[in-house]
Design a protein around this ligand. Sequence first.
Ligand code: HEM
Ligand SMILES: *[C@@H]1O[C@H](CO)[C@@H](O)[C@H](O)[C@H]1NC(C)=O
Ligand SMILES: *[C@@H]1O[C@H](CO)[C@@H](O)[C@H](O)[C@H]1NC(C)=O
Ligand SMILES: *[C@@H]1O[C@H](CO)[C@@H](O)[C@H](O)[C@H]1NC(C)=O
Length: 588
Amino acid sequence: MTLSPGIRFLGRTLFAPTCLFFLLQALVIHPKYGLGIPVWKAPIVALLVLVAFLVGRNVLTQVYHARAANAMGARLVPRAQGTWPGSVDLLQTLLKAARTGYLGDSFAGLVQSLGSPVINIRVLWEDKIFAVSPEHIQIILATDFKNYVKGKHFCSMMESVLGNGVFNSDGDMWSFHRSMTRPFFARDRFEHFEIFHRHTDTVIAHIKSRMAEGYAVDFQDLISRLTMDSATEFLFGSCVDSLACTPPYPHNASMKRSLNDSPRAQAANAFTEAYGEAMHQISLRQRLGWAWPLFEMFEDKTAKPMEVVTKYIDPLIEAALNKKLAEEKDMVYSSEDSCLLDELMKSTSDPKLLKDEIINILIGDTTMSVLTNVIYLLSSSPAVTARLREEILAVVGPTGPPTYDDIKQMKYLRAVLNETLRLFPPVPFNIRQPLNSTIWPSPDPNEKPLYIPGGTTIMYSVMLMQRRPDLWGPDAHLFDPERFLDQRVQKYNSHSFKFLPFNAGPRICLGQQFAYNEMSFVIIRLLQNFASMTLDVDACPPDARVPTEWSGQPGRKGIEKCVPRMHLTLYTQGGLWVKMEDAKAADA
Ligand code: HEM
Ligand SMILES: *[C@@H]1O[C@H](CO)[C@@H](O)[C@H](O)[C@H]1NC(C)=O
Ligand SMILES: *[C@@H]1O[C@H](CO)[C@@H](O)[C@H](O)[C@H]1NC(C)=O
Ligand SMILES: *[C@@H]1O[C@H](CO)[C@@H](O)[C@H](O)[C@H]1NC(C)=O
């Protein structure tokens, strides 16, 4: 039996104060050596002393940082604070905004009200530096990479799901995982097109049959099944077949989802749902900060979903390991191309390590989020859709699958993808922790540089950065792929770190090329088959739709027709319900 995160947390952090508490109690009660305070009053006195101790420590830390900043010729980062102790009110506002507000607005609001692109959001007595500038993000990811780690705090939060995989490790462990994974991505993996081809055709068939029934289809659901099936196929060599399920119907449709899916399809469904639930739980932890274990007093909330995930993955790993053993025994090696699991097994046969790596890479695959948003943005930009289709028909033609070289020469398609990645980067917010205290250049050149205390949590948002009007122009909130083709990308600001959907530096996304190829392939096939798409807001569950009070608000909030949300990565609340027009009918 393992202890819950809450109990472990209390054991670890409260051990010293609890001892102190009992020692103090003994002292104040003792008639001769102590104060001789009556027994019933002792806990109150001890508690007061303890609180005084914590407050004192807090004040001293702050004095220490103020002096350290001074000594480095720097100033403290402007601070956002609530009015209640520990800024509990601010925390509450932030948590509520994460559930019901427009993504990132609460942070953007604080940045604006403090007039600084670097702020310190201090809640529960913990500093959290928040950054949205290319020059600071460049320091974190590239120029001073060694000083910025994901950190113990972050890794322990994620560990019950991500283990020690490439996303969730630092230092030597990370180097090991990265070098273990990299060879797989180093080669031009053209053969994957075969995998995408089959699964994309299945998706297209699903959409066509739904259209024939007269219902909208949840594109996000279909495309996440497509990425799950493609990813598992190239990771394990066999796919989970989640596309074998009947896709969901609109909330008010009389047709309901069939419960007669095959056991295999149901298992895939259960796996996909459990996986999503685990993601959701670790993102909640991230919002709660250091206090997260207190919300998991009685159970590890990721344990149940991870049990389902593990039950699904373990047999796949075991089968792969057995196959490898058999091959070694018979000295026959399948010379044909290997899946990632085969590749990883060149470095290790530890099932736990293999499982961690596989789960990490499943998470890394965020193409589903981008493809969903491409379709979302195209559905309200018929002119862009038409132009993109023109390019596709000109380069690839109306039916055949694209080749690698086709994709490489399609400039407009790449611009559409980039523009989607700019507005909706799948990893909108990220976290790092500086090992040593350091200073950052001041955003305002007339002021002293900023002091960044070692060990603080630093959050940075590429999403907010990629929507900043001062970096991208006054129309930064509008979808306009043209900006990547004319001179506008450079016009307002030419910092090379202002567009970072895949991160940068030594931890840049390993799957970037893979992702561009997969996304391009799917979009080309879709637009060969469908001439246009429209959003069907009515098909979306009413409680997931855009709140009426958003309309007319500045920025994207005022024009959004769907609600973007994030757990670790971006998704569309309630799904993306669209109707698509068959190309044959349109072109006839
Ligand atoms: C459009 C799709 C994708 C986007 C926008 C994206 C974005 C990112 C970002 C922002 C990171 C950095 C995370 C961090 O350090 O905190 C990352 C890392 C990574 N990505 Fe991707 N990714 C995409 C697709 C993929 C795919 C398809 C794969 C693999 C199949 C993949 C594999 C990885 C791996 C292994 C890392 C870890 C690198 C490391 O920490 O050293 N990504 N990705
Ligand atoms: C942190 O500071 C210590 C002592 O000055 C130094 O030895 C170490 O290399 C620094 N670490 C990083 C990652 O910069
Ligand atoms: C579902 O709602 C839409 C829009 O309100 C409506 O057009 C459609 O007829 C409804 N379908 C059913 C089966 O009620
Ligand atoms: C899209 O972004 C990538 C990555 O930053 C860049 O290399 C490429 O030139 C861009 N392409 C277009 C057409 O915007």
